[in-house]
Design a protein around this ligand. Structure first.
Ligand code: F6P
Length: 329
């Protein structure tokens, strides 16, 4: 296997897609691991847009102080649809070469890895990645950086809402993030004792849900929490509340947790996951392997080809939704 430690003199790190708590811990780990091997490091600001606008900044060991506990990303991030065009990637590759950047580490989700894969295939710039998204929807890894924090943030809010729901005998519909997948909804639903969990991947019959709520009211349960993933249409909790009101006259209060789930100080789990995968992403490049994401399975780090991370999306585990159903009765 080729050893690239001689070839890689300058490495760049960037974040792409939605931010996720723990990205800063990942940046810190990548930067300090590379510097410990005498590799220069630059940060590319603002995701793929930064490639095109040459937003390259040198990163230092000291510059990584006091960021491990901070949410968001010091490098900023973004979604750059232009990067889907091959001519735009030509420009990006030219800018990287002009800056003498030999290799890259990407922190992001499936769209970000799709771009990284194309850049490697077309321009042979070695790239590895680490999974950064609150959605936990990447194939090949048990967890993504930011998911644990987002789940705990949402759970804290749900516990508070439960106090007031119980005091007023109310029905609440709480909307959490998750455009294409419902892992946040599933995990907080189970952990928060929700009565029903709406996810994009396992649709529920509203009539059956209403039937269940009615029955639980007959049994003396006077307050209920329903969780819904936002799906393709943020605000869908209002649609659900309206449909329930029309069919039952029951008033459902709505609470949309929104972007607060993306912010805040990362949990220990996310900091550790980011630190471990970040460091390994650099080691793997130096050992001559690239075009892959460092993920985690059980306690072990694994290498997953980029191409396997974006060909489908990891769904919320169905058994978790089924268990939540049984336990909420
Ligand atoms: O990063 C993932 C995610 O938070 C999804 O859960 C959510 O649907 C989407 O991003 C929101 O993106 P934006 O902040 O660009 O509206």
């Amino acid at each position: 296997m080729a050893n690239h430690s001689e070839k890689i003199k300058k490495l760049a790190v960037y974040c792409s897609g939605g931010d996720a708590p723990g990205m800063n811990a990942g940046i810190r780990s990548i930067v300090r691991t590379a510097l410990s091997k005498n590799i220069e490091v630059v940060g590319i600001r603002g995701g793929y847009t930064g490639f095109l606008e040459k937003k390259f900044d040198e990163l230092t060991r000291r510059g990584m102080a006091n960021i491990i506990q901070r949410g968001g990303t010091i490098l900023k991030t973004g979604r750059c649809l232009e990067f889907l065009k091959s001519e735009v990637r030509v420009k990006a590759a030219e800018n990287l070469k002009a800056e003498k950047i030999d290799a890259l580490v990407c922190i992001g989700g499936d769209g970000s890895f799709n771009g990284a894969h194309a850049l490697f295939q077309e321009h042979q710039i070695p790239i590895t990645g680490i999974p950064g998204t609150i959605d936990n929807d990447l194939m090949g890894t048990d967890r993504t950086i930011g998911f644990d924090t987002a789940v705990n943030t949402a759970l804290d809010a749900i516990d508070r809402i439960r106090d007031t729901a119980a005091s007023h005998d109310r029905l609440f519909i709480i909307e959490v993030m998750g455009r294409d997948t419902g892992s946040i909804a599933g995990f907080v639903g189970l952990a928060g004792g929700a009565e029903e969990i709406f996810t994009p991947e396992f649709p529920l019959s509203l009539d059956k849900v209403i039937e269940k709520i009615k029955k639980s009211r007959e049994r003396g349960k006077n307050s209920s929490i329903l969780i819904t993933a936002e799906g393709q249409k943020p605000g869908r909790a209002y649609d659900l509340a309206e449909q329930i009101r029309k069919k039952t006259q029951l008033e459902a209060k709505v609470c949309i947790l929104g972007h607060q789930q993306r912010g805040g100080s990362p949990t220990a789990y996310d900091r550790i996951l980011a630190s471990r995968t970040g460091s390994q992403a650099v080691e793997t490049l130096l050992q001559g392997r690239c075009d892959l994401m460092i993920g985690v399975r059980g306690d072990d780090l694994v290498e997953v080809p980029f191409a396997d991370t974006f060909k489908s999306r990891k769904a919320c585990p169905k058994n978790l939704l089924d268990l939540a159903q049984i336990l909420s009765l």
